[in-house]
Design a binder for this molecule. Structure first.
Ligand code: APR
Ligand code: ZN
Ligand code: ZN
Length: 358
């Protein structure tokens, strides 16, 4: 058995349990985990907000080394350093066939089950379950990357940091010299700022209600900060872009008023990217004359529209070249037993990422 962090019932504490990992079946791999970041989604699992399939094995922003492979696995080999992803695409559905695998609706995970010692089947968070010494995944969830880098830093590409960077470079298609405004600079928004900087945007406006977040965003490439408690963010973004609005506006909060701000802060033909996840009842009103007159687009961004096989190695390379500061996202390094304490710290807003090292 190996040790892993499990939540046995809704809002029960996350505790370390002994876990049985089966041998990998066809198309599956066992990965020895090196690091795993603590993400809001793990907390949602614990609180019962994602499903009722307790017990959950938490953790999903991870790097590791492949230690066993099943039949027919040829993309990764034993000994490979990998970053795990939660969307192993099928390659065959309508979305995949259209060349849009980021919308694949038949993503898969390992079909064999990890269990507690008494045989109870575990539900791994996002089909990963990486707050553990080892985990079992579909081989397609493993992307080989260089192994001469800090795993704690590059492992964050597995979830929230990829969502933010991808919102800028994939969904927003930010180009050199453009202006970008990011509304909401939590972990995802700050990553969007870093993505905009990587893409060569020259004006990058970080909007938040927390001055500390704005300062952090400036460390990752924001050229201007706007506190929406002190200034109307739409007016401020217009002023900072010569009265025009931003070429790309990224919403990373998930509230009706910030969705509206994002829409009104766009330039002529500006692209609005929604990353913040709405609740089912949320609606906004769009004035059609403005849509018609100023044009542009409104796109949602899901997991940063990433293709792990394309984006993970590319971003690791940018990190190695010193163009993408992934270290800045690692606020603290902790042990498996500290996950519960890390959840507590999420509310304070001072921690970008706590990363478990195994
Ligand atoms: N205007 C601007 N910023 C705001 C506002 C507002 N009205 N309200 C909250 N914020 C800021 C917070 O201060 C915080 O910095 O938005 C940020 C949200 O960050 P986090 O709570 O850390 O969330 P994060 O993990 O970054 O995710 C943001 O993206 O992927 C989605 O589900 C995720 O909807 C969530 C969003
Ligand atoms: Zn996550
Ligand atoms: Zn598919």
């Amino acid at each position: 058995t190996v040790q892993g962090v499990v939540v046995k019932a809704k809002d029960a504490p996350a505790t370390i349990e002994s876990i049985v990992i089966p041998d990998p079946g066809p198309g599956e791999a066992v990965v020895d985990i090196l690091t795993c970041g603590v993400c809001h989604t793990d907390l949602h699992y614990k609180l019962g907000g994602i499903g009722d399939e307790f017990p959950y094995l938490l953790g999903h922003e991870a790097t590791g080394v492949v230690s066993q492979i099943g039949e027919g696995v040829d993309d990764v080999a034993v000994g490979d350093r990998v970053i795990l992803n939660w969307r192993a695409v099928c390659g065959q559905c309508r979305a995949c066939a259209k060349g849009q695998p980021q919308y694949c609706f038949d993503t898969h995970n390992a079909t064999q089950k990890m269990t507690l010692e008494d045989g109870t089947e575990l539900s791994p968070a996002l089909g990963i379950g990486a707050f553990a010494e080892k985990t079992l995944v579909a081989a397609g969830q493993c992307t080989k990357v260089d192994d001469d880098v800090d795993p704690a830093a590059v492992g964050l590409l597995g979830c929230g940091v990829m969502a933010g960077i991808g919102a800028a470079i994939n969904t927003g298609e930010v180009k050199r010299g453009e202006s970008v405004a990011v509304i909401g600079c939590g972990g995802v928004g700050i990553a969007a700022v870093a993505g905009a900087a990587l893409a060569g945007a020259t004006t990058i406006i970080a909007v938040d209600i927390d001055p500390d977040k704005i300062e952090m965003a400036k460390k990752l490439g924001a050229t201007h900060g706007v506190n929406s408690r002190e200034q109307d963010p739409v007016e401020a973004i217009r002023e900072l872009t010569g009265g025009n609005g931003a070429d790309v506006v990224i919403e990373a909060v998930g509230r009706p008023e910030t969705y509206e701000q994002a829409f009104y802060a766009r330039d002529l033909a500006g692209r609005v990217v929604l990353v913040g996840v709405p609740t089912p009842d949320m609606k906004i009103e769009l004035p059609l004359l403005d849509v018609f007159g100023r044009g542009g687009s409104l796109k949602s961004s899901w997991y940063g529209d990433c293709l792990p096989s394309r984006d993970f190695p590319m971003l690791v390379e940018q990190y190695k070249l010193g163009r993408l500061d992934l270290d800045a996202f690692v606020t603290e390094r902790i042990e498996l037993g500290d996950v519960e304490a890390a959840f507590e710290k999420m509310h304070g807003g001072k921690v970008l990422r706590s990363v478990v090292e195994l």
